[in-house]
Design a protein. Structure first.
Lengths: 360, 360
DNA sequence: CTGAAAGCGCTTACAG
DNA sequence: CTGAAAGCGCTTACAG
C-alpha cells in the first residue's frame, strides 16, 4: 500500500505537503494540490486511518458493548433500533461504531473498560440497565467520555444519559385504558429487580391513583419479559373471579402476545371483553391479529441522542453532561376498546364490594 | 493517560521491556515482570490500541457497512442475526467489529472502499445482495481481504463467500406442501430482480417438476417483500377461480402475514382450506396466530462463517478463498396442513381439465 | 505556501 | 533477559 512518502516522491514535494493536501486544513497552492492529487490518484493512495488516529489522538469512533451470547438480545427490537440511532448520529458526524461482544455480565464491564482504556474509541455508549452503582464510578475514573443509554442506577453527578420517560409513558397508557371505562387493570411487568419495571409500576400506580382506583396486589404480576410469563399471568388473574381485570398493561410486546394467547384459549374476545396494551411497538405488534396496541419506546431516538451528546463532548474536548428524557407514544391498534356497558355495570357492583371486602 | 514510558520510568526498566511484558510474546524474568506489572497497576496503565495497531499493521477489527437510512433494514431479523453471527466469530478470535452507516447505494460501496483502503479494519464482510458484478472486481483490486455475505452476482474466481442454499431450501419447502397433498401451489417471491428471488423460484420449479406438476404462470407473483404485496397476491390468486392455489410459499414472513390477512378477510380457514409457508423464521412467525410455518434461513451462521473465513485469512496473511453453503430448515407450525379429501377430489378434477385446457 | 523535524505510543530486529 | 534504535504512517508547530 502506498504511503504519503510515495505520493510525495512522485509529485516532487515533501511528505508534509501531501499530508496537508489530504488533511484539508492548510493552504496549498492550486498547482501543488493538483500535482499531489494526480500522484495520489496514479498510486491509488488513501491515507492510513490508524496512523492519522495515532497522530491526531482521536479515532472518530465510538464504542458499544453487546452481550452477544444472549440470544434474546437479537430477537428483540431493542438492539437493531439502538444500532439505527447510533448510526444516524455517528454517520452525520463522520464517525463509525466499534462493536465488541461480551460473554458475561462481568465481561461486559471489562470490555467497556478495555475500549475506554486502550483508546480504541474516543468514547462509548453504555447500556445502563446492565450496570450497577459502583461500576459507573469506576468508568468515570477512566477519564474517557461515556454516555449511558438509560439513566444511572443511582444519582451520579456528572454522568450523562439519555432515556425514555417510562413512568410517565406507562401512566398515560393506563390512563388511556381508564378513559375507555376500565377500572380493573392488570400490570404485567418484567423482572422486578430491573429499574424500568419499577418505574413503569410507579406509572401504573400514578394512573390508578389519579382516577381514584385502589390497586389490588393481585393485579400486579411479573412476566419476566417472556411470552410464557404473560400467558401464566392470565391464569393467575382469572383466579380472581369477578375481580379479574378487564384490561392488561404489559411491559413488553412478547408478554402481551402471551396474554392474548391466554385470553384466546379461554375464549375471551379481545377487545370486546378485555383490552391489552403492550410495550415497545415491535414489528410484530402491527402484524398479529388483532393488531396489538402498544407503547412505542423511542429506542432509536434515545441512542441517537446518547451518541450525539457523546460526540459533541468529544469534539469539544470535555466530559459529556446532562441528560435527554424522551416521551413515548401510545400506538392504538385493535386490542383496546371501550368496556361494554353490561360489563361496566357488573364492574361497578364488584368495585363497591371490593371496598368492603379487601382482605387478601 | 500513562504510556509505556511512564511505566518504564517507574519500574526502572527500558520502555521496550514494558512492551514485551504486555505483548506477551517474549521471555522476561519473573522479577522484572513483577516490577513492570506493579508499576503499570499503580499508574492504571493500559496499552494504547491504536499505537499497537500502527506498529503491528493489524487492527484486529473487521468492518461491515450498513444502509442505515433504510428503516426496513432494522425491522427485519436479518440485521440483528447477522450482527450476532459476526460477534460470535469476532469475539472468539479476539476481534471487534467496525460498523459504518451509508446513505445510499453508491455511498455503501464508497464506505466499503474507504474502510478497506484506509486500513481502519483488517478486512470486511460485504453484503453481496447490494453489489453488482463490476464492484466485486474493484474491491479485489484494493488488496484488503473481504468475504461476501451471500454469493457473488456472477462468477468471480477467488472471491470468498458464505450463503444459504436458497434454491434447495425452497425446493424442500414446496416439496413438503406437495407431500401434504397440495398440487396448486403459489410462489410469492419478492423483487424479481434480486438474485435470491430467482433462486427460490428455481427451487419452486424444481419441486413441482419432480412431482410432475405443470406450473401455471398465474401461480407466480411478486410481493416485493412487503406485507401488502402478499395481501395483493391473494386477490390475484383468487381470481383464478378453481385454479386458485391451495397453498402459498412466500419468500419472507412479512408477505406470508399479508397472505394470511388476505385469506382471513375472505373467510378462508388456515390450514384447513389453504396452507401458507413463510421464509426467514422471524420472531413474529412463532407469535402470530395461527403460528406461521416458516423456512429458517441461518443468517447468524452465514455471518459467523463469513467472519471466520475472513479472520482466518487475515491471520494467515492471505486472501480469503472458498465458500460456505448452509442448509435452511423448515420450521413447521400451524399454517400448514394436509389438503382435505374433498378438496383433493375437486383438485384432481381441476388438474385433469388443466391439461386439456392450458391456453392462457 | 512549503520544507525539515519532532512526535503520537507502540513493536521488534539487532546487539550484548 | 534487557537495552538502544529504528520504524509503523501520519500531523503539526516552527522556520523561512
Amino acid at each position: 500500500m502506498p504511503t504519503i512518502r510515495d505520493v510525495a516522491a512522485k509529485a516532487g514535494v515533501h511528505p508534509s505537503t501531501v499530508s496537508r493536501v489530504f488533511s484539508g486544513r492548510a493552504s496549498i497552492s492550486p498547482e501543488t494540490r493538483r500535482r499531489v492529487l494526480e500522484a495520489a490518484q496514479a498510486l491509488n493512495f488513501q491515507p492510513n486511518a490508524i496512523a492519522r488516529s495515532l497522530s491526531e489522538q482521536r479515532t472518530r469512533t465510538i464504542g458499544i458493548v453487546v452481550p452477544h451470547v444472549f440470544n434474546g438480545f437479537f430477537e428483540d427490537s431493542f438492539f437493531p433500533q439502538v444500532m439505527q440511532g447510533l448510526l444516524r448520529a455517528t454517520y452525520a458526524a463522520g464517525y463509525r461504531i466499534l462493536v465488541s461482544g461480551s460473554s458475561s455480565h462481568q465481561d461486559e464491564i471489562d470490555q467497556v473498560r478495555e475500549i475506554l482504556g486502550s483508546r480504541q474509541a474516543d468514547g462509548i455508549v453504555v447500556m445502563s440497565s446492565r450496570l450497577d452503582v459502583d461500576t459507573v464510578g469506576t468508568l468515570q475514573s477512566k477519564g474517557t467520555p461515556f454516555v449511558l443509554l438509560g439513566h444511572p442506577p443511582a444519582d451520579h453527578p456528572g454522568v450523562a444519559w439519555a432515556d425514555a420517560d417510562n413512568r410517565q409513558a406507562t401512566r398515560e397508557a393506563v390512563s388511556y385504558l381508564i378513559g375507555l371505562g376500565h377500572r380493573r387493570i392488570a400490570y404485567v411487568g418484567g423482572d422486578p429487580d430491573v429499574l424500568v419495571t419499577k418505574e413503569r409500576l410507579q406509572g401504573y400506580r400514578d394512573a390508578l391513583e389519579a382516577a381514584g382506583i385502589r390497586p389490588r396486589s393481585g393485579w400486579i404480576d411479573y412476566g419476566y419479559f417472556a411470552e410464557d410469563g404473560g400467558y401464566q399471568a392470565v391464569a393467575r388473574m382469572m383466579a380472581l373471579g369477578d375481580q379479574a381485570p378487564t384490561a392488561y398493561y404489559a411491559a413488553n410486546d412478547l408478554m402481551a402476545l402471551g396474554i392474548l394467547r391466554g385470553l384466546r384459549e379461554r375464549g375471551i374476545p379481545v377487545p370486546q371483553a378485555v383490552s391489552v396494551v403492550g410495550t415497545n411497538d415491535s414489528p410484530e405488534a402491527g402484524h398479529v391479529h388483532p393488531a396489538l396496541t402498544s407503547l412505542h419506546v423511542p429506542y432509536a431516538a434515545m441512542a441517537e441522542a446518547a451518541a450525539s451528546m457523546l460526540i459533541q463532548a468529544i469534539e469539544e474536548g470535555r466530559s459529556p453532561t446532562g441528560f435527554t428524557l424522551l416521551p413515548c407514544r401510545l400506538v392504538v391498534r385493535e386490542t383496546t376498546g371501550r368496556i361494554p356497558a353490561e360489563a361496566q355495570a357488573r364492574q361497578r357492583a364488584a368495585s363497591s364490594s371490593q371496598t368492603t371486602a379487601n382482605h387478601p
